[in-house]
Design a protein. Structure first.
Length: 319
């Protein structure tokens, strides 16, 4: 599962990630120069750059080798008919399982290539890191996961375009995405959660965006012996990742800023209790309620007794 990400990404970060190194013969001396690949970012200005990005917020999405779109985290299918609800709809499908992405109706129409031209298809969400909560007997502790070298993470995603009922009247067009997840068994993140994002090595981004749809199921297999365009072993298993605990305040969507990625000492609070203590509290509560009722009944009975002991009121005679 991947429901919170660090979406603070700039165009400069993207260009730096995909810059290429080439050798040039200059004055008979070979020098290594960096060539920044030209990438344009459509609607960059609406990207919120949140470090605690939850579903319904914006993320940087690569839809072609040379083009980035700002999309909303949490896929809303283009065929959706009901009224759009931002707080509800983006939470339905912010993740999709890579094992079943070709089978589920909501996603299988979004696994085609050339998302840039069609408005739906395979994409790559670029993030600086993501957050995951570790569950144990002491409760939940959030961890921040990122690359050791500080580069962006390239997460496999599917994208779709939703046009609301008011589209013909100038309504909003929503570009939405869902992050692919996989079983974390056999990876360095298996201790943290049973699911993890499908992260690509940057050399495999072009293949994911443009390869034939029929070959995608083989592409998502992380076996080093898998053969497909670009070779096997293109899925990150965590060798280049780092992680550390962050503040439990991450659970609040309104919590933002550099404090989101600041390392802290794991201090998960105990939020569970054994059966014995649960029943003890229930019994104590019932006893208190029973005692309260007894006191009320006793007070009422005493009041009635005092009433009976009082001399009868004298009747006034009419003259």
């Amino acid at each position: 599962m991947c429901g919170r990400v660090n979406a603070r990404v700039s165009l400069e970060d993207v260009q730096k990630l995909f810059s290429v190194k080439e050798d040039k013969d200059e004055d008979k001396e070979e020098k290594c120069n960096n060539y920044v690949k030209f990438i344009k970012w459509i609607n960059e200005g609406v990207h919120s750059q949140l470090q605690n990005c939850a579903p319904s917020e914006t993320v940087a999405t690569l839809v072609a080798e040379d083009e980035v779109w700002t999309t909303r985290f949490g896929l809303i299918p283009s065929h959706k008919k009901s009224t759009y609800d931002r707080k509800r709809d983006h939470y339905v499908a912010f993740n999709c399982r890579s094992e079943t992405v070709l089978e589920r109706q909501m996603f299988n129409r979004c696994v085609e290539a050339n998302a840039k031209d069609k408005g739906r298809g395979r994409a790559v969400v670029l993030i600086r890191g993501f957050y995951e909560w570790k569950k144990d007997k002491m409760g939940k502790q959030p961890y921040y996961v990122s690359r050791k070298d500080g580069e962006l993470l390239c997460v496999c995603a599917v994208m779709d375009t939703y046009k609301g009922d008011d589209y013909c009247d100038g309504g909003e067009i929503l570009r939405t995405t869902s992050l692919l997840t996989r079983d974390s068994k056999g990876t360095r993140l298996s201790w943290l959660h049973d699911r993890m994002p499908v992260m690509l090595k940057k050399e495999a981004v072009k293949t994911w965006l443009t390869d034939n749809t029929k070959r995608i199921s083989a592409f998502l297999v992380d076996d080093e012996t898998t053969t497909h365009q670009g070779g096997g072993g293109v899925i990150e298993k965590g060798e280049d990742l780092q992680w550390y605990p962050v503040t439990p305040e991450m659970g609040k969507i309104e919590f933002q800023g550099d404090a989101c990625v600041k390392e802290v000492v794991a201090v998960a609070k105990k939020n569970t209790q054994d059966i014995k203590s649960m029943f003890a509290k229930a019994v104590a509560k019932q006893s208190a309620e029973k005692l309260s009722r007894v006191k009320i009944d006793a007070f009422a009975e005493t009041a009635n007794c005092d009433k009976e002991d009082e001399p009868p009121a004298k009747k006034k005679l009419k003259l």
